[in-house]
Design a protein around this ligand. Structure first.
Ligand SMILES: Cc1cc2nc3c(=O)[nH]c(=O)nc-3n(C[C@H](O)[C@H](O)[C@H](O)COP(=O)(O)OP(=O)(O)OC[C@H]3O[C@@H](n4cnc5c(N)ncnc54)[C@H](O)[C@@H]3O)c2cc1C
Length: 422
């Protein structure tokens, strides 16, 4: 299928005469996002001879929205960004760098790995942000942050979870200087000498608490759970050869047994919802890596409690807990996770959102990660409602890439009638 020739400056108000349009031609597939999913999908499509252009800064969520000093919770094998020939694994990266990579994997090392992967496994990468995606003809018009625009047959949204921060509504009245979400910080040293209350019961809450203390803050954690869910505290279970392989998939998502089930997203998708929902929750409930335990020694952790009320008193906060206890704090840090709602992707035009079938903020996807808007695909966490929890982790990127490739190759073989417009 040939797309109509790109709109020219004279009939497109976003162009000025001096803009160079020569570099912007219509694209077959446009991938929005250069995190692990966008990069992996691009490498698979390009390797198969499909023209795929990637937009956005490389690994920016990991660089700007996670704290320096953090380590990945996912294990080594589950932290590879998949490429079709498995040439660009973490092992290959470490070998190329000539150095040993510690475990757990430090954030900065993973970011460097992503950049190394992007340089080698992906062509046609443009760091500009996409500001708008609209329906046009049987494809889409993509507009970049600088106003340039072009037509594309398909769009793969691999934009991650950053706009989905779950900031508790009851605390929205607090000034942002006194309260923030964990994803707003890449450097926790700004809290040196401050008293910080961390809210949450997962990895992000506990690791932030450890990092805050190591950065000279006085820190306390308040967590609704009566006991944290520790993971990786029975390492022997992972070293039983065949038995371990039967219990745990390499994708490293979910507990023994369930791990295998959720590692097969095409199968998982076919199960009834009453089965999928609890299994998915069990796989991604708030949990904390066992290796953090020693770093939490001496940090007060109030289990089974929550903040019932927070008031600003001058430059501080007075917090009232559900048991009536009160305390003061300089800052409250919500490590309360993310809640997918693709309507919060500001680049999706209203006409697309109107046509998008969704459930609870997730797009409903069919084979090829394709949404109800033909030619519009979602990779990463937004695909988790349809394909299961591994889509929220780096280890799901291999499945996403293969699934996308299968769909696009099949439609190409079907010829013009098998295009995105179907
Ligand atoms: C604190 C924390 C720790 C985590 N630890 C792990 C872990 O150990 N292991 C694991 O597997 N997962 C972990 N995760 C989950 C992690 O977010 C996902 O695995 C991973 O980011 C998924 O990759 P992605 O490509 O879908 O998203 P991202 O890595 O978020 O990439 C999305 C990219 O899209 C780009 N983008 C967004 N909007 C636009 C636009 N309009 N135009 C162009 N580009 C755009 C962004 O710049 C970003 O680079 C963690 C998450 C958090 C918050």
């Amino acid at each position: 299928m040939n797309l109509p020739v790109m709109l020219r400056a004279e009939n497109n108000p976003i162009y000025s005469d001096d803009q160079d349009m020569s570099t912007l031609h219509e694209a077959e597939v446009t991938i929005l996002g250069a995190g692990p999913y966008g990069l992996s999908c691009a490498s698979h499509l390009q390797n198969a001879g499909i023209e795929a252009r990637v937009f956005g800064p490389t690994m920016s969520f990991w660089m700007r929205h996670m704290p320096q000093g953090m380590c990945l919770r996912s294990n080594w094998e589950a932290s590879f960004i998949p490429d079709p020939s498995s040439a660009y694994t973490l092992d290959a990266f470490c070998a190329a760098m000539g150095n040993h990579c510690p475990k757990p994997i430090p954030l900065e090392r993973f970011v460097a790995y992503g950049q190394w992967f992007a340089e080698r496994a992906v062509r046609d990468h443009d760091p500009r942000q996409i500001s708008l995606i609209q329906r046009e003809g049987s494809g889409f018009r993509v507009t970049l942050e600088d106003g340039h625009s072009f037509l594309t047959r398909r769009v793969v949204v691999a934009a991650g979870i950053q706009p989905f921060e779950n900031y508790p509504a009851e605390f929205k009245h607090l000034s942002r200087g006194l309260a923030s979400h964990s994803s707003e910080h890449d450097d926790l040293s700004r809290f040196r000498g401050k008293r910080v209350t961390v809210i949450g019961g997962g990895q992000s809450a506990f690791e932030s608490a450890a990092l805050l203390r190591e950065n000279g803050a006085e820190v306390e954690v308040i967590c609704r759970q009566v006991s944290p869910n520790w993971v990786g505290v029975h390492p022997r279970l992972h070293h039983l050869g065949l038995v371990s392989r039967m219990l745990y998939a390499k994708t490293d998502v979910g507990p023994a047994g369930i791990s295998r089930l959720v590692a097969a997203p095409r199968v998982f998708r076919r199960f009834p919802r009453w089965f999928k929902t609890p299994v998915a929750y069990r796989s991604i409930r708030p949990a904390v890596a066992g290796w953090l335990k020693p770093r939490l020694d001496g940090i007060p952790i109030r289990l089974g409690r929550h903040v019932a009320e927070a008031r600003e008193t001058g430059s501080q906060l007075t917090l009232k807990l559900d048991d009536g206890a009160t305390q003061t704090s300089d800052h409250i840090l919500f490590a309360t996770g993310f809640k997918v709602d693709v309507a919060r992707y500001r680049f999706l035009a209203p006409d697309i959102l109107r046509q998008l079938e969704m459930h609870d903020g997730y797009p409903l996807l069919r084979a090829g990660l394709e949404s109800s808007v033909a030619g519009l695909h979602f990779a990463g966490k937004p695909a988790a409602w349809s394909f299961g929890p591994i889509l929220g982790f780096v280890s799901g990127a291999g499945f996403a890439s293969r699934e996308l490739l299968r769909k696009i190759s099949k439609n190409r073989q079907a010829g013009p009638g098998g295009s995105a417009a179907r």
